[in-house]
Ligand binder design. Structure first.
Ligand SMILES: Cc1ncc(COP(=O)(O)O)c(C=O)c1O
Length: 385
């Protein structure tokens, strides 16, 4: 029998889970007559933008969304031809490469729109533009009182052939708080902005819904939805019921050494944990440099040899120590720090709760220089046999 490969610090990305989640989300959107733009910004929330983009486009996504122009261009360089929207710029960003690569661009101000139009003229092609209205999040997006000017500028630029306005869009502040009054307030402002654009002669689609709104507000699906976190199998509204999502990321390592300690012996820096009775310990070569938060020292559990076991003593830069009681574990044995939770292992959502943050931050921050990332695509591999 082949030995399992021993991982030092590895992110296993379950491609089939991503496909499943996209099918769930795009299926729900389709019931409302909406298309699906899958958000793959920040390297696909840490899962690998290309892997996610390809899996998403195979399983129901119509378009991709990213924050930065570089992220959009990398998708194009990887051969992805589906529509890609990019929505956040650094001051002075050059739009020409994006227009040349047929990347759709968001505009939140007349100045931004004019710079996109100028880039389109330079490149010699029409830029596809999504006008963003600020409906209450107050980050980017055009303030309501500037919207008429932005719409007029867009009508002119469209008449000149520099841009084509393909969408009016916005982003929700509290979609994950089901029933929050701001959701309807934002939706009403959104509708007003859309009607103003139509009255001016534009014919855009609308997109507003992030994952939470896809799952809880079908009335806000409009012509397109824009899920991110749920694509990765992490539920932004677990209080709303089970949406059948499958977490795609597993963070795993393996035992590199075992030893037995006697009562009274302590473990790791600061000797914060002392054995009350003799115990077997397993050394695992991951630490805070690999994304295991040191602040979880004394509160972390891992899945090892069929059960959850506590990590004892401080999390170090490169190592943690797992308490195995009297169980004998093998060197090379897999250690799961978090995963989908199917076997009883900790999940990214549990880490987030312990850390006082959201699972978005946990998964997005995991891919680091010393951490490998392995996309595992079981059904396709099986078909290939
Ligand atoms: C503009 C925009 N749309 C959609 C999303 C996807 O949101 P979520 O990951 O909550 O589905 C994001 C992510 O933050 C976003 O910034």
């Amino acid at each position: 029998m082949n030995e399992q490969p021993a991982y030092r610090a590895d992110l296993r990305i379950d491609v089939d889970a991503i496909r499943h989640n996209v099918a769930v989300l795009s299926g729900s959107a389709r019931e409302s007559g909406a298309r699906t733009m899958v958000v793959v910004k920040s390297d696909g929330y840490g899962h690998g933008a290309m892997t996610v983009a390809r899996a998403a486009l195979e399983s129901g996504a119509d378009a991709l969304g990213v924050a930065a122009i570089d992220e959009a261009l990398r998708l194009r360089e990887a051969g992805i031809t589906a529509p890609v929207l990019c929505w956040l710029y650094a001051h002075g960003d050059d739009f020409a490469p994006a227009v040349a690569a047929d990347v759709e661009l968001s505009a939140s101000s007349v100045d931004c729109l004019e710079r996109i139009a100028a880039a389109a003229r330079r490149v010699g092609r029409t830029a596809r533009v999504h006008l963003k209205i600020d409906t209450g999040l107050h980050r980017n997006g055009c303030p309501e009182d500037e919207w008429p000017d932005l719409v007029s500028a867009a009508v002119r630029a469209q008449a000149d052939g520099d841009v084509r306005v393909v969408a009016v869009w916005s982003h929700l502040a509290c979609a994950d708080e089901v029933g929050h009054p701001s959701i309807d307030r934002q939706a009403a402002r959104f509708q007003r902005a859309y009607e103003r654009a139509r009255a001016a002669g534009l014919d855009p689609i609308r997109h507003l819904a992030n994952s939470a709104a896809v799952l809880t507000r079908p009335d806000l699906h409009f012509e397109m939805v824009r899920p991110g976190i749920a694509v990765y199998g992490l539920d932004p509204v677990p209080q709303h019921g089970d949406h059948g999502l499958r977490p795609a990321m597993t963070f795993r390592s393996s035992v590199t050494m075992t030893k037995r300690v006697e009562p009274g012996e302590s473990v790791s820096y600061g000797q914060t944990w002392t054995a009350e009775r003799a115990a077997n310990l397993a050394l695992v070569p991951v630490g805070y440099a690999d994304g295991v938060p040191r602040t979880l020292s004394g509160r972390l559990e891992v899945w090892l040899a069929g059960k959850r076991r506590p990590v004892v003593g401080r999390v170090c830069m490169d190592q943690i120590v797992v308490h195995c009681g009297d169980d004998v574990v093998r060197e090379g044995e897999e250690v799961v720090l978090f995963g989908p939770g199917d076997r009883g292992e900790p999940t990214a959502a549990e880490w987030a709760d312990e850390l006082g943050t959201i699972h978005y931050e946990v998964v997005t921050g995991m891919y680091r220089p010393r951490v490998t990332r392995t996309a595992v695509d079981v059904p396709v591999a099986a078909e290939a046999l």
